[in-house]
Design a protein around this ligand. Structure first.
Ligand SMILES: [Mg+2]
Ligand SMILES: [Zn+2]
Length: 197
């Protein structure tokens, strides 16, 4: 696996050292994304992407704060409850812990399209995180995601962005645009973390 392009991720020498907060999208970055229109509605549908937990552990060990920012429209659609999502995330955290990895915060949007200010590409999830972590700001944060709304949200705030390009057959509409807009394009979280550290 090779980084296909790094453009504008580190504009100046020293930018890398300023990075302190890493925002991760969930589906397609940490765990295998279900087919378009399908959702992770229970833990038995969860499949880790190879090396994802170890990549999060590497970020932890480097002293970076790692935050999840995930759209969970399945809740708006009635396919998943808040409790069901909390259960999935509790299991995810337990598995991460076993591998020496930790998420410092999880932010999710339970809403449908066009209903709120937090569903990415809106920026509400990040603004909440910036309130919870006063040391965080767009200048010392990066967003790693596998869809155009992830990259758009990061760019709206002026964060650095890394696009995780999925397998071609799984690529969403907007992938080409996301790859064009992102500061870097990689094929996995493992590769993204290699770039950041
Ligand atoms: Mg995703
Ligand atoms: Zn929302």
């Amino acid at each position: 696996m090779e980084t296909r392009r790094i453009r504008g991720l580190w504009e100046r020498e020293g930018d890398r050292g300023e990075l302190r907060f890493v925002f991760l999208d969930r589906d397609g970055v940490v765990n295998r994304k279900p087919p378009e229109g399908d959702y992770i509605t229970s833990w038995d549908r969860w499949e880790w992407l190879p090396g994802a937990a170890e990549a999060i552990a590497a970020l932890n060990q480097a002293g970076l704060t790692v935050l999840l920012a995930t759209n969970q429209r399945a809740i708006a659609l009635g396919l998943l409850s808040e409790e069901g999502l909390a259960e999935i995330h509790s299991r995810m955290r337990a598995h991460l812990e076993q591998r020496g990895a930790r998420l410092d915060g999880i932010y999710h949007c339970p809403h449908d399209r066009g209903q709120c200010r937090c569903r990415k590409p809106e920026t509400g999830l990040f603004e909440r995180a910036f309130r919870d972590f006063p040391a965080a700001n767009p200048g010392n944060s990066v967003m790693i995601g596998d869809s155009l709304p992830d990259i758009e949200a990061g760019r709206r705030l002026g964060m650095k962005t890394v696009f995780v390009e999925g397998p071609a057959e799984r690529n969403k509409p907007g992938s080409v645009e996301a790859a064009r807009l992102a500061g870097a394009v990689v094929s996995s979280l493992v590769e993204a973390v290699g770039l950041l550290l």
